[in-house]
Ligand binder design. Sequence first.
Ligand code: HEC
Length: 387
Amino acid sequence: MDPYLRDVLDICIRMLHVIAGIAWIGASFYFVRLDLALRAPKRTEDAASGVAGEFWAVHGGGLYHSQKYRLAPAEMPEPLHWFKWEAYTTWLSGFALLVVLYYVDADLRLVDPQVAPLEAWEAIALSIGGIALAWLAYDALCRTVGRRSQAALAIVGVALVALAAWGAGELFSARAAYLQVGVMLGTIMVANVLFVIIPAHRKLVRAMEEKREPDPAPLLEAKNRSVHNNYLTLPVLFTMLIGHFAFVFGADDAWLVFVLVAVLTALIRVFFSNWHAGRPVWWIPAVAVVSVVALAIWLEPDSSAPAQTEPVTFAEVQSVIAARCAPCHSGTSAPLGIRFETRRQVEAWAGAIEQQAVVTRAMPPGNATGITDEERELLAAWISQRG
Ligand code: HEC
């Protein structure tokens, strides 16, 4: 695809994706917090009319009073606000972004021949198949294991996330692998809204309209799925942001890093949930801080001096960069505005060049320009000799 067109599409769709995502996750965080902070209603007439709990808040220049009904009020309220298009828009724009950034030019972006020698169409088919499989497997588990025990479901779920992260790392380029797992989990979250939560709400409203007692089973399952979404949110956000950090997605055990971070971020949601319910559990943030420091130490790239000791001239480096990097990294359409046309530009980016081309080998994408291992070592030697 024309690089300029891709950039324009990238900005437009990304804006939509981030804004819809904020609206969705913001509402979801708000309702989780509200649910956890509910207190028994003060007024007896509220309790008598079926109110299970109430929540007072001050925000934006006023006091708000929310009430949650055990099942439903006697009268159908009008208008009743639904929350679904935030989720659907987030998924639709996210998938469009995946197509623009990874499926178009999949041979460069999704495939890394050093990881798996896939044709572009094979990689796209595996990616889409993986996304569909993630939802089918998760939904089947919820209907079987989840019926008996949510704790057992969590354990099986973490094992399957580990399998998915490892599998994606064996199939796709390092950067795409993280995103693939994020899209699989994000799809589960949106499908929960589309196939479980909203249908349960429809049944509830229909029962109210027909003046029947609503069936609590679908509502309970909707609540479970909503809790799962709450725990999936932070791991998914991590995968969405990590594309900027080659030392994470390019790590040797990138899949394991993701599993650890996913568990850690889920724990952080546990902390906030408890905090909002008035029972903060302080060991969680302590464990989180220690774990992040440990992860940072573990992931620090190995920059020990390469074997080559012959002095490397800039002319040698320049010829490698000109052949292997500058085809993309030059002119006004250079990716991220990173241009390697002059010595100053190359020197200014030396650290990033080492990260991308030597340590993680994320560049060139899919080794599009056929850089050799000797050339990578030459770049490493030059950078280490600069001190
Ligand atoms: C086929 C085109 C192409 C080639 C060849 C290429 N790059 Fe890149 N490079 C990109 C793209 C696209 C990005 C932006 C990735 C993104 O979307 O964030 C990028 C980003 C980068 C970044 C910034 C990474 C970040 O996220 O901060 C560095 C540094 C870099 N490239 C170095 C190199 C070096 C060094 C070479 C040569 C060894 C090289 N690139 C070859 C396309 C290329």
